[in-house]
Design a protein around this ligand. Structure first.
Ligand code: PRP
Ligand code: URA
Length: 209
């Protein structure tokens, strides 16, 4: 089995991606637009979510409505994953939020873990691992290792920009995890940055450079 890759192909997402990619976009606009793209992607990520019937009463009649079957947990990889959380959470307000802190060693590009905290209900939830940049794929793969060790069975990766190297790594390490991206770029440069990409997402979100 090979993980499914969905690259959102939508004019509104393309339009917003052109704003976040542009190096002249300021921190405020960058942060707001990343969050908006998070909201728009959520529509596609949830397309095959299972629902259960529920009898409700409208003001007019009794009817069978449908509710999401499983709870949802959003797990951003710190820092940059935080930028997409509000957008997703606005669309799935009942979702709980876990956190995984990782940074990429600038020399080896290996992920280093420094924090993790999850809601108790995580094992029977659908977990959305959120990180805007799928570069070498090392951070996403490591975060998913951590979640699987917690016993999570249903995991989806959500990002803004990916590249072939990151997708291959994630498919090899976690073939059961579906991948959702706003855009798929050409390659990684020699420093492990996605080209054309959008630069350092954490720095652009938080104004640290
Ligand atoms: C960036 C990005 C991803 C990671 C992607 O984080 O947010 O987590 O790199 O690269 P990879 O696919 O090669 O692992 P960074 O290490 O810069 O940390 P930050 O989010 O705290 O800035
Ligand atoms: N992390 C980023 O923030 N940007 C990249 O292009 C690669 C990793």
């Amino acid at each position: 089995m090979m993980s499914k890759v969905t690259v959102l192909n939508h004019p509104l997402i393309d339009h917003k991606m052109s704003q976040v990619r542009d190096k002249h976009t300021n921190t405020k606009a960058f942060r707001e637009t990343v969050s908006e793209i998070g909201a728009l992607i959520t529509y596609e990520i949830t397309r095959d979510f299972k629902t259960t019937p529920k009898t409700i009463e409208t003001p007019m009649a009794v009817m069978t409505a449908h509710e999401l079957e499983k709870p949802v947990v959003i797990v951003p990889i710190l820092r940059a994953g935080l930028g997409m959380v509000d957008g997703i959470h606005n669309i799935i307000p009942n979702a709980k939020i876990g956190h995984i802190g990782l940074y990429r060693d600038e020399e080896t590009l290996e992920p280093k873990a420094y924090y993790q905290k999850f809601p108790k209900s995580i094992t029977n939830s659908v977990v959305l691992v959120v990180d805007p940049m799928l570069a070498t794929g090392g951070s996403a793969s490591y975060a998913i290792d951590i979640l699987k060790k917690q016993g999570v069975l249903d995991i989806r990766y959500v990002g803004l920009v990916g590249c072939p190297e990151g997708i291959q790594r994630l498919q090899k390490d976690h073939p059961d995890v579906s991948i959702y991206l706003a855009a798929l770029d050409e390659k990684l440069d020699e420093n492990g940055y996605i080209v054309p990409g959008l630069g350092d997402c954490g720095d652009r979100l938080f104004g640290t450079k």
